[in-house]
Every structure is written in C-alpha cells, then in structure tokens.
Ligand binder design. Structure first.
Ligand code: ZN
Length: 305
C-alpha cells in the first residue's frame, strides 16, 4: 500500500493495535463527509476547525465503543462560542453543527468557550436508557478536553491528535487498554508503560500535514516501524442527517395547536430549518390543520399496536 493517502482512504476510520503491548489505536480521515458538514453553513474559521477536530474525535470514540446507536459530543461554551455538537451514528454516519455570537477572529480557545461544559451522550436507540456524562471544560483544545474527560471520568488513558481545516479533518487516537489479561507480553523487552510512553511521544512528532496526507499504513510506518502493529480493514465514514418532515411535524405538534395557530396568524406558513443540514421544511395552514386533525383521530398511543 502507498504511503500517500488514496481516494479509498479519504473518508475512513482505521483501527490498529500493538501486537506486544495493551495499546489500541485508531486513525480517521474525513474528506467529502467533512466538507458536507461545513458547506451548509458559513462558519467562522476558528469555529470550523474546532468542529472538525470534534468531528474527527466523535468518529474515533464511536469506533472504540463499537457503537450500536448514536454518540453525541457537545462543547457548551459561555464565551463567543455557545455550542459545538457532533453526532456519530452506527455505520459511521456523521453530522455536526454550532452556535456562536459575534466575531471569533480574536481570542484563545479558553476565551472563546469560556467557563463551559463538555457532554457525551450515548443513546443505544433500542429503547434503552441513554447514558450522559457532563463535566466542566478542562483543557485548552478540543483534544485536551476529551483526553481529560477520558482519563478522569472513564479512567481510560487516552491520547488524541486532531487537525482540521476547510478541506479535511483528521485524527489519531491511542488508548491504553483497561484489561491487559488477554495480552501476550512475554516476548517484549519493554514494559507496557514504556511502550505507552514511547508510542505517545512518537505520535507527538506528527505534523498536521502528515495526519492529512499519509495513508494509515504510511503513518504507522512513519511512527512505529519498530513495533509490530496490526492494522484492521477500514470503515467508511459518511455525512448523513436524520432530519425529516415527519420529525419536524412531530416537533410542531408538541408545541401545541394554539401556539402553532398563533404563529400562523402573523404569517402564511411556518418555516423550519434543520440546524445540522440546513434543510428547509415549510408548513402552511392546510398542513398544520391536517396535522392536528390527524392527531385527534389517531393519537400516537392508539396508532401503536
Ligand atoms: Zn437535517
């Protein structure tokens, strides 16, 4: 395989593991999927790059969890950046959006997000209870916030390297596996901790350009040519938004008949834009009256059998 990224690796997630140390890793490269996220809104550059880093991280985390439902990572800021949210679903379907106010040209990461919070939500999407962890923001980059969350809240030592621009978002994850019992460490000179340290230090030498342009094979050869690394087949990452007219109609129904009527007294129709993909949904008076007639005849509880 070539050292330089080819098109088949453009929107992909690769898992790898060290054969002789309890360390697993992942590499993600977002190309078309990332541009599909950002072409729908006009995000300021700083925010766009943070979103790209969070998007790469969401794919990396989703892969470590062997995700069945949906994983949502959120940074809720108290500065000019109000919200960054990325959702990654099983089958590596990604969407992301952000809220901000004012000019983001000036200011460090800490100033832009302020004294905010980080939240991770895992929704099994099978009727089971979602899991949510919320912590204060600790760190001066997206990668640091996530690393701190993983080591403090999940007790999983994790290192992340994330980069993003207007074309690509890419990242690498290293994680010390919690259970090394199944691992054969007999024939290695290094203690697992030494290998962990060395693997992290070597990855610190990665340049953004290398994360953007090297193939998984090429990057691992560049960093760990002395180690025995097992590289697994790639998974494809795609942009996908799950919004639908039915979901928006459901949301309007939840607002209630009176509220919807009062909005329609001032205008001809209700316009709703999906925050993720910017898809426009329009409901006029006929649509909404049908919506509420329908709910009288067939309430949701009776329509299920
Ligand atoms: Zn959408």
């Amino acid at each position: 395989m070539n050292d330089i990224l080819n098109t088949s690796e453009a929107d992909s997630l690769h898992r790898f593991m060290f054969e002789h140390a309890p360390i697993r890793g992942e590499l993600v490269h977002l190309d078309t999927s990332w541009r599909s996220v950002i072409e729908r809104h006009d995000y300021p550059e700083t925010l766009r790059n943070m979103m790209g880093e969070l998007s790469a991280a969401a794919v990396l985390f989703a892969a470590t969890l062997k995700l069945k439902g949906s994983l949502v990572l959120q940074i809720m800021g108290k500065g000019a950046i109000k919200l960054l949210v990325v959702e990654c679903k099983r089958d590596m379907q990604l969407r992301a959006t952000a809220k901000w106010s004012g000019d983001l040209a000036q200011g460090s990461f800490a100033e832009l997000v302020g004294d905010g919070q980080f939240a991770i939500t895992l929704d099994p999407k099978d009727g089971g209870q979602p899991y949510q962890g919320i912590v204060g923001l600790e760190g001066s980059s997206v990668a640091e916030i996530l690393q701190n969350y993983m080591s403090h809240s999940e007790q999983l030592e994790t290192r992340l390297w994330l980069v993003a621009d207007g074309q690509y978002a890419a990242g690498m994850l290293l994680q010390k596996m919690p259970d090394s019992a199944n691992h054969d460490t007999d024939h290695t000179a290094d203690e697992p901790d030494d290998t962990w340290q060395r693997a992290s230090i070597l990855a610190d030498t990665l340049k953004p350009d290398e994360l953007f342009s090297l193939s998984a094979q090429g990057l691992l050869k560049r960093l760990y040519h002395e180690d025995d690394i097992r590289l697994f087949d790639a998974q494809t990452v795609t942009f996908h938004c799950s919004c639908s007219r039915d979901n928006v109609a459901m949301m309007l129904k939840m607002l209630g008949h009176e509220e919807v009527e009062s909005i329609l007294q001032e205008r001809d129709s209700i316009e709703v834009f999906c925050e993720f993909c910017n898809q426009r949904y329009e409901f006029d008076k006929v649509d909404t009256s049908m919506m509420f007639i329908d709910s009288v005849i067939l309430p949701p509880s009776e329509s299920r059998h």
